[in-house]
Design a protein around this ligand. Structure first.
Ligand code: GRF
Length: 184
């Protein structure tokens, strides 16, 4: 799993994995900086690693290092949840087609780092979350699932983010379960 922030989706996935019938295991958590997602993983005894952009001469070298780090865990799927950096060529060459991302908008609307703010600024009436396969674009990959939530007239970024997350996390958990189900 790749994270940069709070790690609430990671926490929910760790919890789901405690039930053997869920069918998945979080084999490692890699971040681009120290963040509370890593603490949650450590508390669950899951190996963690930080691969920081600033520790590498350029983006390509960082991307190679990230790919090496993740390879060490031999994952079947790579799940980005709140990982705030774009994956580069080396990473996608190794893991392309197996990398999921969850994004807080109904893609293709509002790609990028400020999806909730952008949706409010545009006066959108509906919002939501999209789970998709990561490709080389910014939030352009093939969509796996979407969940919609209303935008209320008095919403601010915090309230809408919370409503989206309340729908986004169960979607992520359910879809990963389906992806790892035998005979898929
Ligand atoms: C999620 O809402 C995801 O859509 C976005 O970042 C958030 C991550 O939250 N890309 P958390 O770190 O899992 O709490």
């Amino acid at each position: 799993m790749l994270v940069s922030g709070t790690g609430s989706n990671l926490a929910a996935l760790i919890e789901a994995c405690e039930d053997p019938s869920y069918g998945a295991e979080v084999v490692g958590v890699v971040a681009d900086k120290d963040c509370s997602g890593l603490e949650r993983a450590r508390a669950a005894g899951i190996p963690t690693e930080v691969v920081a952009l600033t520790d590498h001469p350029d983006r390509a070298a960082w991307d190679e290092a990230l790919a090496r780090s993740v390879s060490g865990y031999a994952p079947d799927l790579v799940v980005c949840a709140g990982f705030m950096r774009l994956l580069g060529d080396a990473f996608l060459a190794r893991f392309g087609g197996r990398v999921l991302n969850t994004h807080p908008s109904l893609l293709p609307d509002f790609p990028g780092a400020h999806a909730v703010r952008d949706a409010l600024a545009a006066g959108a009436r509906r919002a939501g979350a999209t789970l998709f396969w990561v490709d080389a674009g910014v939030d352009t990959g093939q969509i796996i699932a979407q969940v919609e939530v209303p935008v209320r007239p008095d919403d601010d970024e915090a309230s809408l983010t919370a409503r989206i997350k309340a729908a986004e996390t169960p979607q992520l958990i359910e879809q990963i379960h389906l992806l790892v189900a035998p005979g898929r």
